[in-house]
Design a protein around this ligand. Structure first.
Ligand code: ADP
Ligand code: 5GP
Length: 190
């Protein structure tokens, strides 16, 4: 394993725009590759297995937990498991690339604890809870119940922002992309 590989962690309450930011950063040509997580949630229409996520059954996911195949995993929502496979990170480091993560707040704190200065942990924040609620509903991926669940979780997750290296307020997208790019450029060159 290439032990020089770094980790760039994007965490945020759902709907803050971290997936959008990660995709925009990946277009900018830094030496970064996306860590494809495993999950038990069902695939959204535009998603591709093996590209956005490795979609697993709950049974297969639990088997991998037993085998210690995960660097970290969380039951992000009831019966919806998400996790980072050790093999995925190894695959990316072996290519001489750094890893970029889109993971939940607890997972981000966990990885930062494990990797210290080799990791830059960014907390992405919507400008307010109202804007967060609007973005989640206009994304069109949530029903009333899952929207409520995500908003309740978001309020708790805000309290963990202090454990991150930087907080990015995602108000104007272009500003947030540029600010993030500049931070990562410095971190990856150091
Ligand atoms: P997350 O990955 O944090 O759950 P997404 O990237 O899916 O969030 O963003 C949630 C929704 O908000 C999406 O519909 C996205 O297009 C939109 N969005 C993201 N960033 C902004 C922004 N700066 N201004 C307005 N809408 C945004
Ligand atoms: P979504 O269902 O919207 O794709 O993701 C829900 C949440 O799970 C998001 O906060 C996302 O970042 C998080 N997530 C995705 N992959 C992982 C992972 O490997 N580990 C953890 N802990 N969270 C993840």
């Amino acid at each position: 394993m290439d032990l020089q590989g770094k980790l760039v962690i994007f965490s945020a309450p759902s709907g803050s725009g971290k997936t959008t930011l990660v995709h925009r950063i990946l277009e900018r040509g830094l030496n970064l590759e996306f860590s494809i997580s495993a999950t038990t949630r069902s695939k959204r229409p535009h998603e591709v297995d093996g590209k956005d996520y490795y979609f697993l059954s709950v049974e297969d996911f639990k088997k991998k937990i037993q085998e210690d195949a995960f660097l970290e995993w969380e039951e992000v929502y009831e019966n919806q498991f998400y996790g980072t496979l050790r093999s995925e990170i190894q695959r990316i480091w072996n290519q001489g690339r750094h890893v970029i993560f889109d993971i939940d707040v607890a997972g981000g704190v966990n990885l930062k604890r494990q990797f210290g200065d080799r990791a830059m942990a960014l907390f992405i924040k919507a400008p307010s809870m109202d804007v967060l609620a609007q973005r989640l509903s206009s994304r069109g991926t949530e029903n009333e119940e899952s929207l409520k669940k995500r908003l309740a979780k978001a309020a708790l997750e805000m309290e963990s922002a202090q454990h991150f290296d930087q907080i990015i307020v995602n108000d104007d997208l272009e500003t947030a992309v540029n600010q993030t790019y500049d931070l990562l450029n410095v971190f990856l060159e150091s």
